[in-house]
Design a protein around this ligand. Structure first.
Ligand code: TYD
Length: 218
């Protein structure tokens, strides 16, 4: 195992993309690669990442009260989970020089709620700026996958779909289109990874991107 002699400051990497884009698999591979460099890595996810966040996750994904959650209430629930996560997990880890890998973060709200739910970017961004309090990722890996491939991968899993997976194809198309818009809007932070490639090819692309953007050799 290669140990780095000078500890790097902590970096915050988020992974984003539509359902079935392979980001969770890549998050685990990336964690191992960073740890092999002697870095301490915190792997976390959204919604969730804290006990309160996990309760909000359950509410959002398997909502069973019979009452519909309004789109703006949905934005705020995700943002509440995020504020808790930033304050209790992400910021403290970064302050200790640890690296944070987060499976979904603010761009999921921008893609799913602003795009999918058609709330518009500015409104969702405003709510999230309060939740983030300046804690933006250093690098966001966007795993780009066409909606048709995404739906086929989700269907192959054969598990019961949650509230988001059950949405119409047009919703998921808006999600993917919004990721593309975000990629254009935040070019210094976001990198695009072709998620149609094999797991090993995607893994290599992630390593190359991180070397380029964060200067970490993996
Ligand atoms: P999850 O099971 O984590 O899905 P995935 O494996 O695709 O990451 O479910 C999270 C769902 O919540 C996913 O469909 C995207 C959605 N979501 C939002 O709509 N807004 C958000 O801000 C976040 C974090 C997730």
């Amino acid at each position: 195992m290669k140990k780095s002699t000078t500890p790097s400051p902590g970096k915050f990497i988020s992974l984003e993309g539509c359902e079935g884009c392979g980001k969770s698999t890549q998050a685990s591979l990336l964690k191992s690669a960073l740890e092999a460099q002697g870095l301490t890595v915190v792997m976390t996810r959204e919604p969730g990442g804290t006990p309160t966040g996990e309760m909000i996750r359950d509410l959002l994904q398997h909502h069973a009260s019979g009452e519909e959650i309004t789109p703006i209430a949905e934005v705020m629930l995700f943002a509440a989970s995020r504020a808790q996560h930033v304050h209790n997990v992400i910021r403290p880890a970064l302050a200790q020089g640890q690296w944070v890998i987060c499976d979904r973060f603010v761009d999921s709200s921008l893609a799913y709620q602003a795009g999918g739910r058609e709330l518009g970017l500015e409104k969702v961004l405003a709510v999230n700026e309060v939740a983030l309090d300046g804690c933006w990722p250093d690098c966001t890996l966007w795993f780009d996958l066409p909606v048709t491939v995404s739906s086929a991968r989700v269907a192959e899993r054969g598990v019961a779909p949650d509230r988001f997976e059950s949405e119409a194809l047009s919703f998921h198309q808006r999600v993917v289109d919004t990721y593309e818009k975000l990629y254009q809007r935040f070019p210094e932070r976001m990198v695009r990874v072709d998620a149609e490639l094999s797991i090993a090819e995607v893994e290599q692309a992630v390593r190359d991107h991180l070397q380029h953007t964060l200067g970490v050799s993996l």
